[in-house]
Design a binder for this molecule. Structure first.
Ligand code: CAA
Length: 382
């Protein structure tokens, strides 16, 4: 399917491109070096209404289109993967409410997220339940009009900075995936019994806030449960169907950013009396990098378009684009380092950061082994 951007999407793409080149590109190396969450980037996104992209207009949103959002994520990721993740996770944390919330819950939670006043997080994974979230152990026990959460979540992006966290917990531990329910923790940073411990020492996306969350009798009103008890697991998977193309868009942006940098370098760098771009060995590398990046873009647009059209096949398309784009990002960034040679290996140049950032896209929102499992299941089940 040939997916083209409409005029509005092209205009958003262009304005995000200009914004990030001017305001975020100069910050990217520092964000990586300091490994500090870039609140200034959050302010830039707030000021330019980028947080509004995943939301429909009735909640103060700008588009609600997956394609529009993912085009923006790609543009940000071309210069800074950490900053792109802030946009992607705002959508990830809000999708459970958009897909599983009542109109009253949507009115209550979404406007503050659409304007970026509050940041969101999605708390599914645990230390012993990553690829297999049905094995989670966090409990939610009903007590009158409330639930009490106990347990711990791990690897939660935005875990220490989010105000609104959607938490998945077992209301019936004997029922496997059918015993999982979803809850919205509002004003999470002020929640009694909730502590966030920052995870240090990450290979890439170093400015991203990745945290372990501990729930020590955290009280959440029953009115913050999304759907019925037991609906949480399917909701979590429906959300991942929508969010995986966002990670794929992040990977795509990283790949494009590295390719652009390596191509520019190859034109400038002279060896043996001519630009290294004139050597066929380098040309073939750049051609392969371009082909892989373009193929990833086609698949990201295709999956995003299926979401926007509410067409069938989203589960497999989302897994395919995440698999292809993240593998492309890893290969393209590795080759970009190779083209820069020794300069590629030092942090004076951006491609080693891009290579480190690319790695996580093969791991989070489901490892690429899990994506293959999802693709094979869709294929074989027809
Ligand atoms: N949408 C809705 N329902 C779905 C579904 C989907 N895409 N896929 C499956 N289901 C339904 C099934 O039909 C089944 O329903 P019934 O019980 O009624 O038959 C139910 O869900 C359970 O399905 P499975 O038996 O297939 O579930 P499973 O336990 O075997 O797991 C899995 C399936 C695909 C492996 C899933 O566990 C998975 O995706 N694992 C990876 C988890 C993941 O991606 N984590 C990422 C965390 S978020 C993150 O990383 C964010 C970040 O930091 C940026």
């Amino acid at each position: 399917m040939d997916v083209r951007l409409n005029e509005e999407q092209q205009a958003i793409q262009q304005s995000v491109r200009e914004l990030v080149r001017g305001k975020i590109a100069p910050r990217a190396a520092d964000i990586d070096r300091s490994a500090e969450f870039p609140w200034d980037v959050v302010d830039i996104f707030r000021k330019h209404d980028l947080f509004a992209l995943p939301f429909p207009p009735e909640y103060g949103g700008l588009s609600g289109s997956a394609l529009t959002l993912n085009v923006a994520i790609e543009e940000v990721a071309k210069v800074c993967a950490t900053s792109a993740l802030i946009l992607a996770v705002q959508a990830l944390g809000c999708h459970p409410i958009m897909l599983g919330g009542t109109p009253e819950q949507q009115r209550r939670f979404l406007p503050a997220l659409a304007c970026g006043e509050k940041l969101a997080a999605y708390a599914l994974s645990e230390s012993s339940a990553g690829s297999d979230p049905a094995g989670m152990e966090t409990r939610a026990q009903r007590r009158g009009d409330e639930y009490v959460l106990t347990g711990a979540k791990n690897w939660i992006t935005n875990g220490g900075v989010a105000d609104t966290i959607v938490v998945f917990a077992k209301t019936d531990p004997r029922a496997g995936s059918k015993g999982v329910s979803a809850f919205v923790l509002d004003n999470a940073r002020a929640c009694k019994g909730l502590t966030a411990t920052l995870i240090h020492g990450k290979l890439g996306i170093r400015g991203s806030n990745t945290a372990e969350l501990h729930f020590d009798d955290v009280v959440v009103p029953a009115g913050n449960r999304l759907g019925e008890e037991g609906d949480g697991f399917k909701l979590a998977l429906r959300v991942l169907d929508r969010s995986r193309p966002g990670v794929a868009a992040q990977a795509l942006g990283i790949a494009q950013g590295a390719l652009d940098y390596a191509a520019g370098y190859a034109r400038e760098r002279h060896q043996f009396g001519k630009a290294i771009a004139e050597f066929q060995g380098i040309q073939f590398m750049l051609a392969d990098m371009d082909a892989q990046t373009e193929a990833a873009r086609a698949m990201v647009y295709h999956a995003s378009n299926l979401i926007d059209m509410k067409a069938p096949g989203v589960t497999a398309a989302a897994a395919i684009c995440k698999l292809l784009a993240s593998d492309a990002a890893m290969r393209v960034t590795t080759d970009a380092v190779q083209i820069l040679g020794g300069y590629g290996y030092v942090n004076e140049y951006p491609v080693e950061r891009m290579m480190r950032d690319a790695k996580i896209t093969q791991i989070y929102e489901g490892t690429n082994q899990i994506q293959r499992l999802v693709i094979a299941r869709s294929l074989l089940q027809g």
